[in-house]
Write a protein that binds this ligand. Structure first.
Ligand SMILES: C[S@@+](CC[C@H](N)C(=O)[O-])C[C@H]1O[C@@H](n2cnc3c(N)ncnc32)[C@H](O)[C@@H]1O
Length: 333
């Protein structure tokens, strides 16, 4: 068990230049909207390895159902979008902000569609490429390096598009939607889950505002949008909005989406996600850093990940934020 623990924690802090990544993260957070690209890159350069070790290769939340495992819930959350797009073999689909490709591989495998993963972050793309190869899915999963505000693809070249918790990083939602609209063929569906403030959010409430700002600052998000802003921006660029709702409300209140960050089952990975587990891992990293068993900066990097999780859970408990504002829109034609 001790060996396991050391192994897990050491792997979680690769690559070796953690201190440099940490310093870039610190200098980039809170910058102006115009500098969103460097801010978001610095954020994912720092947190990707931690997310992967503690969460998995799909870097998103999921609707949790009683009796359904974490991994199954993650997959179901992705399949729901696959169904919404009517994915089938022969379709060419854009995954906007693909992370390290967990959703891309799951959907390609289940539906047989060709999925192009777009990402601004080269570190994640490098990992994604290796994982696609390891999964022998290169014939269905390809990658595109670029910004969703300026997608390096031809007009009308995709049969569908989706995103999972990626558009929340757009400094101008309508501009990003307009780009997705442009690369879709007429009649194609764009769907996804966005991180939004819910109607329970009260901007006049100092606690709410503080939590919103903490989430924006630490997770490299520009203003977190309301449901109305998402709907209005989709319509403004020409999409026909077919369906939109907070899927968090579809779930069982006994198993909230943020449950995996709070605790529950007892394996090492799930423990590392919980509040107590996050503290234990931080303390262990501090010791290992002193022993030079993990790179310098590791324990502070882990602290950032803890703050990101704690800010989100605090807002989630008040019901003022959701990572699953589901929207399904269609390009007319
Ligand atoms: C929360 S992660 C979700 C990743 C992936 N969708 C998943 O569920 O595993 C958000 C992703 O959006 C990407 N992203 C953020 N801003 C972007 C931009 N301007 N252009 C392209 N990708 C971007 C990030 O690099 C990251 O991969």
């Amino acid at each position: 068990m001790a060996g396991d623990f050391h192994n897990t924690i050491s792997k979680a802090v690769r690559p070796e230049n953690t201190a440099e990544r940490l310093s870039k993260y610190h200098t980039s957070q809170g910058r102006s909207k115009e500098e969103y690209a460097s801010t978001v890159k610095a954020f994912y350069n720092l947190v990707t390895d931690f997310c992967e070790r503690g969460w998995g290769k799909s870097i998103h939340f999921a609707l949790m159902e009683p009796g359904v495992s974490f991994e199954e819930s993650i997959a179901n959350h992705e399949y729901f979008l696959g169904e919404a797009m009517g994915l089938k073999p022969g379709m060419k689909v854009l995954d906007v902000g693909c992370g390290v490709g967990g959703p891309q591989r799951a959907l390609a495998k289940k539906f047989g569609a060709s999925i192009v993963g777009l990402n601004i972050n080269e570190y994640q793309l490098g990992k994604c490429s290796v994982y696609n190869q390891e999964a022998s899915l290169e014939h269905l999963c390809s990658l595109l390096h670029g910004d969703f505000l300026n997608i390096p693809a031809e007009d009308g070249s995709f049969d569908a598009a989706y995103h999972i918790e990626a558009m929340c990083h757009a400094p101008d939602k309508a501009a990003a939607y307009a780009e997705i609209f442009r690369v879709l063929r007429p009649g194609a569906v764009f769907t996804g889950y966005d991180v939004c403030m819910t109607p329970l959010y009260d901007d006049g409430n100092p606690e709410h505002r503080e939590l919103k700002e903490a989430n924006e600052y630490f997770s490299s998000l520009p203003e977190i949008a309301s449901f109305k802003e998402v709907n209005d921006s989709l319509r403004a660029v020409g999409f026909e909005l077919i369906e939109a709702r907070d899927r968090a409300l579809d779930g069982d209140p006994r198993t909230p989406w943020y449950g995996p960050l709070e605790g529950g089952s007892l394996n090492l990975r799930s423990f590392s996600r919980t509040a107590i587990g996050r503290k234990v891992f931080s303390a262990a990293l501090h010791v290992l850093e002193g022993l030079r068993a993990v790179p310098k900066g590791s324990s502070e990097a882990r602290k950032i990940v803890n703050i990101v999780a704690d800010s989100l859970v605090a807002a989630a408990r008040l019901g003022i934020v959701t990572p699953m504002y589901y929207h399904k829109a269609r390009k007319p034609g």
